[in-house]
Design a protein around this ligand. Structure first.
Ligand code: ADP
Length: 484
């Protein structure tokens, strides 16, 4: 049977450009799908960070005037990933983060920057490139949300579309004055079109017009139908519930492989678990923590944001210290949270250590050296850090929300009796339940055999892309009316 051709449209892709989990998904899914007779190419803006890493690219198409300047579509391959790059210097030739300026404010022309990305994706879907005409265009998050809308209003033969929500908190809303400038017709300005509380809603547009909607865990797919988690879109999501599925993310098990990871002091696997200990020692040393073998060493790798519940963790720190714990945090983002953790580290030298910024290697070292990884998120569409933790033998302590609920088996009495626990869950997401979870963790940690069983259970959990990729492949086949 012919391969299914899918164009993935995304604003970030690991390892070329990454601000969060979206990049990990965009970078790993095409390779996993390749083994299932799905040919996925990825359209991504050609930011400077990407241009620097690519040696060779082939010109596929030129636009004389594309949202205010010349633009080109280039094809290239990086680490086996087939890419289509939208090169538009007037839109993307800017340093740093893809969405915000150095002062943290959004680029004032983000409406045009990501309309351009979606417009290019829609046009490729309509057959712009002779060499690649996709059966399906798969749009990720608000930055690609206009793809299904352009295809709808163009009223030309169109491919099928899938819209994936990685985080409903980011919706891409812009003033109505952009409507004509981004190339949408006046009739799109309607609640049944792209209009969303007086703005143009890019994610709303995707949810309204895509053939299928996915989100990144089954529990989040249920949660976003409620007003509490629906963030204004629950009405539309409920109306489209028949087309909504939750597919859990995997992680790239080549990138996250404790058996071969060159960031680690000592590689290990579940059969050579003793070798893990050297990573714990090395982490304590690097971060300036006391070399205490009995302290429950908790690690965090995170964006510093309200979503991640880190203010609750700050409130729980005295309790964690009373329990004899240690804390190592790697995070970037909110300045108030940063100063909170800075102060905590100053109050408890040798027991709390923080590094602020983005550091892939340290992220791996924390996963390999911590006894436990904390993820106290208020909401979490899927969450990847707990999947990395499972694979690296760090016991996840997580809020029972979204994908965290779906991926961690709580150490309740039944799970412990059956020897299947992989972590600790708590709910509601508040200070006291978090402290209770830390207390349970400390109790379990004091019994090394119980703790190590949870660690190795986690390491033996399949967190790869193979299962999730099969589900995406089945979804694509069903959209095209092909048998699974
Ligand atoms: P989100 O996408 O909401 O930030 P996820 O858990 O889905 O959260 O994905 C976060 C990804 O980014 C993980 O791969 C994690 O290791 C990585 N990450 C987050 N913060 C940092 C950081 N400060 N340094 C290095 N990696 C980070």
């Amino acid at each position: 049977m012919a391969k299914i051709k899918v164009l993935s449209v995304t604003s970030e892709i690991f390892p070329l450009i990454k601000t969060g989990g979206l990049a990990d998904v965009a970078g790993a899914l095409p390779l996993a799908l390749g083994r299932l007779d799905v040919e996925m190419r990825t359209l991504v803006p050609c930011y400077p960070a990407i241009r620097e890493k690519l040696k060779k690219a082939v010109l596929e198409h030129e636009f004389a005037d594309f949202y205010g300047g010349k633009a080109r579509l280039l094809s290239a391959t990086f680490n086996d990933l087939p890419l289509l790059l939208l090169e538009a210097p007037h839109l993307y030739d800017r340093p740093g983060n893809p969405y915000v300026m150095a002062d943290g404010q959004n680029w004032p022309d983000n409406a045009a920057r990501f309309a351009a990305l979606a417009r290019a994706g829609a046009s490729i879907g309509q057959g712009l490139l002779a060499g690649f005409k996709p059966d399906i265009v798969h749009a990720h998050d608000w930055q690609a949300g206009l793809v299904p809308a352009f295809l709808h209003y163009d009223a030309r033969p169109a491919p099928k579309t899938v819209m994936t929500v990685h985080n409903l908190a980011f919706q891409g809303q812009f003033g109505p004055e952009w409507l004509a400038r981004i190339g949408l017709p006046p009739q799109a300005w309607h609640t049944d079109g792209v209009e969303y509380y007086g703005t143009i809603g890019y994610l709303k547009a995707g949810l309204r017009f895509a053939d299928k909607i996915t989100t990144v865990s089954p529990t989040y797919a249920v949660e976003i139908r409620s007003p509490a988690a629906g963030m204004g879109l629950d009405g539309l999501i409920n109306a489209r519930a028949g087309d909504l599925v939750g597919i859990i993310n995997g992680i790239d098990t080549r990138v996250w492989d404790p058996g071969s990871d060159d960031a680690l002091e000592s590689t290990f696997d579940s059969d050579h678990f003793g070798a893990r200990w050297a990573n714990r020692k090395a982490l304590q040393e690097r971060m300036g923590l006391d070399q205490d073998p009995d302290a429950l060493l908790c690690g965090i790798v995170t964006r510093l944001s309200w979503q991640k519940g880190l203010d609750l963790l700050l409130e729980a720190i005295p309790a964690l210290m009373r329990l004899g714990g240690q804390l190592v945090l790697l995070g970037a983002g909110d300045a108030n949270l940063e100063s909170g953790f800075r102060a905590a580290a100053a109050t408890y030298p040798g027991r709390i250590a923080c590094e602020f910024g983005y550091d892939e290697r340290l992220a791996h070292q924390i996963q390999a050296g911590s006894d436990s990884i904390l993820v106290p998120s208020r909401f979490e569409p899927c969450g990847l850090t707990q999947l990395c933790a499972l694979r690296y033998g760090a016991v996840p302590i997580v809020a029972r929300v979204g994908g965290l609920a779906d991926t961690v088996i709580d150490a309740n009495e039944m799970a412990l009796a059956n020897g299947v626990a992989t972590g600790i869950q708590f709910f509601p997401v508040a200070r006291e339940p978090l402290i209770e979870a830390l207390t349970r963790a400390a109790r379990l940690f004091a019994v090394p055999d119980d703790w190590q069983l949870m660690q190795t259970n986690g390491m033996n959990t399949d967190v790869s892309w193979s299962g999730p990729a099969r589900r995406y492949a089945d979804l694509y086949r069903s959209l095209l009316g092909r048998a699974a």
